[in-house]
Write a protein that binds this ligand. Structure first.
Ligand code: NOJ
Ligand code: MG
Length: 614
């Protein structure tokens, strides 16, 4: 018989709650005499309960926070030059407070010639002058701190700008910077002409190699020509990247988002006889050798080395978190498949990111998606995600068509309910809370390098990211209240006279009002700690349940175009009456209306947050 002390020790140390473990334990306990059984039972109950509460109730600040993405260039212009800036953001922090977000993460604000609007950094330690000064940024941090809003910065480790001092020095073969980038000779073809080293293509189209006459070599750029890739096989580069992270974390930012992280490494050419291997063709129809989709990116993305690098970066975050006694979060962004995506949570001895971006709702859903697709996209991520890690949800960003345009404006509230009430972290792209729609930016005013690189005044629209980056719509005044300039860097989207914050703030029913209701609801235990279960009640109606102890909510959304009657008692332990806590703008139901669990009629696009009455 196992000594009682050992059993107690085992219970105290076991941190999981796997069924198998408790079954084994039960077997051992069965063999004890009655008195010990009773005592042990009491001990197990209190320990397990205590642990449950600990695990669930003790959350770090970021674990169920709402992150709000600010596309810095388009949020608020304080100095009338038509370009958003830091003081503009500072002036609107109260707005973030008002809508209930916890963290603002800013698209890049570092010095940049703006070929990719800040995703091409020329100096990681300096603020882009157009956006303000370091003092302005420090002021932003102080004010944010006073309002209890945290600031996260976007950080681009994969590439710098071709105007960075590092790159200029490297292209001149400066001894120290010589190996900071990927330089190759290319080769001579049968006509004696110099050719790029291989067939690799940039994400923005065309060869990923550009020739520099001063160095007499090609450099690699996985994105635009103005964005040379750093050489992560050079330890000095890695150290410098860590220094940049330290610098900003020490300054007081709450975290950083490491973008395009899965592009950090290319295949090791030494394993291929000293020459970077060609990538195989996808065989996708309608694409040519200059198109990114023409190749299978097996040598330029998702290389094994990246996971160790992420873990090294995480150590930097952890060291500073420990020193300052507050967690600094590492967010990673990788456009990859789900198995790779969840590897960024860390595995084995490799720690990973706190928040590896979950692009499922963006990548897996489109205009034709129905309730079953939504359920599948959500459950799929939850299935692949390591059990004990926090999920995160987003439905848009500065690279993807806006929710109102990608689906339809009537579904804005439903998707905000999804992002804000699913378990884990919520990420809102600025403007989603008021249901902003894509702007129209003609070819003549197009700025996005991805669109410009198509050289196609008609089809550029399919890839242009400008429409989702148009200025934020504050009110019905000049330029939607974004700027006093005669011309803003991108035109303000049509319809801003109606679709703006001021209008929605004064309306009784608006996306803004729904969003605020949701951010308020979200702090209840059912949403912070509660469990999750979902059903596609039919192909149009998606519903999920969140509950904690006996406080139960059902979120139900008809994403179809017809009326439906559904029965919510399909969920375990849902019955009787439910009360409306939030309803989509066009719903005829309001706060505190009652509905029947077993007979709920929903109009097309209607979305509700319901609370069970007990
Ligand atoms: C990822 C960013 O989200 C995107 O906007 C940018 O163009 C690429 N990184 C390249 O820097
Ligand atoms: Mg400005």
């Amino acid at each position: 018989m196992m000594p009682v002390a050992d059993i107690i020790k085992e219970i105290s140390q076991e941190e999981g709650n796997q069924v198998k473990y408790f079954e084994d334990l039960l077997e051992k306990i069965k063999k004890l005499n009655m008195m010990w059984k009773v005592l042990l039972f009491a001990f197990v109950v209190t320990t397990v309960q205590g642990r449950y509460e600990n695990v669930n109730m003790k959350q770090d600040w970021w674990e169920t926070a709402i992150f709000y993405q600010i596309y810095s260039r388009s949020f608020m212009d304080s100095d009338g030059d038509g370009v958003g800036d830091i003081n503009g953001i500072t002036s609107r922090l109260e707005y973030l407070k008002e809508i209930g977000v916890d963290v603002a993460w800013l698209s890049p604000i570092f010095k940049s010639p703006m070929h990719d609007f800040g995703y091409d950094v020329s100096d990681y330690y300096t603020i882009q002058p157009e956006y303000g000064t370091m003092e302005d940024f420090e002021h932003l941090l102080r004010k944010a701190n006073d309002l209890n809003i945290r600031i996260v910065l976007d950080f681009v480790p994969n590439h710098t700008s071709n105007e960075s001092e590092w790159f200029i020095k490297s292209s001149n073969k400066d001894e120290y910077y010589n190996d900071w980038y990927i330089w190759e000779n290319g080769y001579l073809d049968e006509h004696g002409r110099r050719r790029p080293p291989n067939n690799w293509v940039s994400v923005f189209r065309k060869s990923a190699w550009t020739f520099m006459t001063n160095r007499d070599q090609y450099y690699l750029h996985q994105f635009g020509e103005a964005q040379p890739d750093l050489n992560f096989r050079n330890p000095v580069v890695v150290d410098e990247m860590k220094n940049i992270i330290k610098f900003w974390l020490e300054k007081g930012v709450a975290g950083m988002r490491l973008t395009s992280i899965n592009h950090l490494f290319e295949a090791d050419k030494d394993l291929y006889g000293g020459r970077y291997p060609d990538e195989p063709l996808t065989g996708k129809p309608g694409l040519g050798p200059e198109d990114y989709g023409y190749l299978e990116h097996i040598y330029t993305k998702d290389q094994e080395e990246v996971y160790d690098m992420v873990s090294q970066f995480r150590d930097v975050f952890d060291a500073i978190s420990i020193r300052n006694n507050i967690t600094r979060v590492m967010m990673t962004d990788a456009n990859t498949n789900i198995k790779n995506a969840v590897r960024y949570y860390g595995e084995g001895i490799h720690s990973g990111a706190h928040i590896p971006f979950n692009l499922a709702l963006v990548e897996d859903l489109d205009r034709d998606s129905d309730a079953r697709d939504i359920k599948y996209a959500v459950d799929r991520w939850l299935t692949y995600k390591p059990l004990k890690k926090q999920a995160n949800w987003l439905i848009g960003n500065h690279d993807k068509s806006r929710v109102a345009s990608r689906f339809r404006p009537e579904l804005v509230d439903a998707f905000n309910m999804l992002v804000l009430l699913l378990p884990g972290i919520a990420i809102t792209y600025m403007g989603e809370e008021i249901g902003m729609i894509n702007g129209f930016v003609p070819w003549s005013e197009t700025k996005d390098p991805q669109a410009c690189n198509t050289d196609d005044p008609v089809n550029f629209i399919q890839v242009s990211r400008d429409p989702v980056r148009t200025p934020y719509q504050w009110n019905n005044g000049k330029n939607g209240g974004f700027s006093t300039a005669e011309k803003t860097w991108l035109p303000v989207a049509d319809g801003y006279e109606q679709l703006n914050v001021a209008n929605q703030r004064s309306a009784v029913r608006s996306h803004y009002q729904v969003y605020r209701t949701l951010t308020n609801l979200r702090i209840r235990p059912a949403f912070k700690y509660g469990r999750y279960e979902s059903l596609a009640l039919n192909s149009d109606v998606f519903a999920f349940k969140r509950w904690y102890n006996d406080d139960t909510y059902v979120i139900v959304m008809n994403v179809g175009k017809t009326y439906h009657v559904v029965n919510l008692t399909a969920f375990d332990l849902v019955f009787g009456q439910l009360e409306v806590e939030a309803s989509s703008v066009l719903s005829s139901r309001s706060y505190s209306d009652n509905v029947q669990a077993n007979y709920l009629d929903l109009t097309a696009d209607e979305a509700l947050v319901l609370r069970m009455q007990i």
